[in-house]
Design a protein around this ligand. Structure first.
Ligand code: SAM
Length: 302
């Protein structure tokens, strides 16, 4: 398969990949709907803003996936009303199912980031997590975020891969792939079927075509300022936690999931949280944003 080269191809691949991944998405990424997940989401928004969380009125999430951010923000009372959009109908269906299970009401609809079906100045907060790097036309998307925000409204994006962090993350991924046979023997787990963790072999093939950007902090800053935002703030998070997380995810993806011992999963989860705490206390705020794996952006519509 040739890499997609037009905006329409990128959107089409994203729809097909995420439709195929939606059913197992929460399990694959360990999305937690209890206090742990809530702390993660609220912590990321707090870190992006660089201050305590205000209470927002209407929010709009871009590429909301299964609802990880909006549903936690709604449940915690950080937003009063949530609209969620995603290019994938499969993701919107999974989001609605999660909302129903949690007893929450959201407006959820299929929409592209670059063409939002809302009137001007509709929202107090526009947000997204791990979505900007999938968008073929970032300038058009940022113009839309600006248009649908009310004056004084806030923009927050988190979980965007940084260019340097992305390159550094290849080291644990390659190392883990090399060590995988030994690790599986130690875990007494059999080798995975191709594509088992993301919707089957066909989806596995699409995976490497869905991510179209990794950012420098300066690029995100430019995009926000060019669209007319001010108070632009770019920060980085997760370094040690990320290397640890990618190593474990790369190892786990090579084995049949049901055969991975629970003790390993506990170790991977607790280790990740411990290193994340270390990143927050010792490294974030001291080292340049660009070397962390994830970039966070906040800005304000004047
Ligand atoms: C990595 S997932 C993140 C989902 C969710 N925000 C989360 O953190 O769990 C990226 C999401 O962006 C959506 N997406 C990709 N391209 C898009 C586009 N052009 N417009 C809107 N959503 C898009 C995908 O369908 C997918 O649900």
């Amino acid at each position: 398969m040739q890499p997609p080269d037009s905006a329409a191809d990128i959107r089409d691949v994203n729809i097909r990949y995420h439709d195929g991944a939606a059913a197992d998405y929460d399990a694959k990424w360990g999305i937690d709907w209890g206090d742990v997940g809530s702390d993660q989401v609220l912590g990321k928004v707090r870190r992006a803003l660089g201050r305590e969380l205000p209470a927002f009125g209407r929010s709009l999430e871009i590429g909301a996936g299964t609802g990880y951010f909006s549903l936690h923000l709604l449940r915690a009372g950080v937003v009063a009303e949530a609209s969620c959009t995603d290019i994938s109908q499969g993701m919107i269906d999974a989001l609605q199912a999660n909302a129903q299970r949690l007893g929450l009401t959201v407006d959820a609809q299929v929409a592209e980031a670059e063409r939002l079906p809302f009137p001007d100045a509709s929202f107090d907060l526009v947000l997204g997590h791990a979505v900007l790097h999938h968008l073929p036309d970032l300038e058009a998307a940022f113009a839309e975020f600006h248009r649908v925000l009310k004056p004084g409204g806030v923009l927050v994006f988190a979980g965007e891969p940084s260019r340097t962090g992305d390159r550094l993350a290849t080291v644990p991924k390659v190392t883990a792939t090399a060590l995988a046979p030994l690790w599986r023997r130690a875990m007494r787990a059999s080798p995975a079927r191709p594509g088992q963790s993301d919707g089957g072999a066909a989806n596995h093939e699409l995976e490497r075509h869905v991510d179209v950007h990794a950012f420098t902090p300066g690029q995100l800053d430019d995009l926000a300022r060019t669209a007319g935002f001010d108070d632009v703030r770019i920060t980085g998070e997760e370094l040690l936690a990320n290397w640890f997380g990618w190593t474990n995810r790369a190892l786990e993806s090579t084995a049949v999931p049901e055969e991975i011992p629970n003790a390993w999963r506990q170790y991977a989860f607790r280790g990740y949280l411990a290193l994340k705490g270390l990143d927050e206390r010792l490294l974030e705020g001291r080292l340049p944003a660009g070397i962390f794996y994830n970039l966070l952006l906040s800005a304000r519509r004047p």
